[in-house]
Design a protein around this ligand. Structure first.
Ligand code: ZN
Length: 164
């Protein structure tokens, strides 16, 4: 008895107890008993399904559809747009992190439409090259700069020694 699984043996015992108790306290005709048993079973079946999340958080759209190529969808209200962060803070008072936690989403869950982030990064690259012409050059410059000073240093020293 000790090794008996909780849900199987215990379940049947509990149902039997409830029905026996009910029958002993009420006038139940034999015809009503099957109905009573199925009713108790149905109740237990319902209790045996606590799979529903506790806060009863139901996303406005299925999680799979919350991220699309050119848009992200708010699980709170179904809002669809390119950037979710701004919407979350203005509409729901949530930061991106709070939103991810709330819906049990991974930290890399996109809050910006994938194609939009691509456009932004390529746009940033273009702007970076256009505005930061001065900044873009130094990256390539060091290779040249290293080579250039050497001959200059070599000449004056060599010249000074030769002169002395
Ligand atoms: Zn929303």
């Amino acid at each position: 008895m000790a090794g008996e699984p909780k849900y199987q043996g215990g379940f049947q015992q509990l149902v039997t107890k409830i029905i026996a108790s009910y029958v002993s306290h009420h006038n139940v005709s034999p015809e009503q008993i099957p109905e009573l048993i199925s009713s108790v079973h149905r109740t237990f079946d319902g209790l045996g399904k606590p799979a529903e999340p506790q806060g009863a958080l139901i996303p406005a759209v299925p999680l799979r559809r919350s991220v699309q190529r050119d848009a992200v969808v708010c699980l709170e209200c179904g809002w669809k747009g390119k950037m979710l962060r701004r919407h979350l803070s203005t509409r729901h008072g949530l930061t991106g992190e709070q939103y991810l936690k709330r819906w049990n989403l991974p930290s890399d869950h996109p809050l910006t439409a994938p194609t939009y982030s691509e456009q932004r990064s390529s746009l940033a690259r273009e702007l970076g090259l256009g505005r930061g012409g001065r900044q873009a050059r130094p990256a390539a410059a060091p290779a040249v700069a290293e080579e250039a000073p050497r001959p200059r240093r070599g000449r004056p020293r060599g010249g000074a020694r030769a002169g002395a």
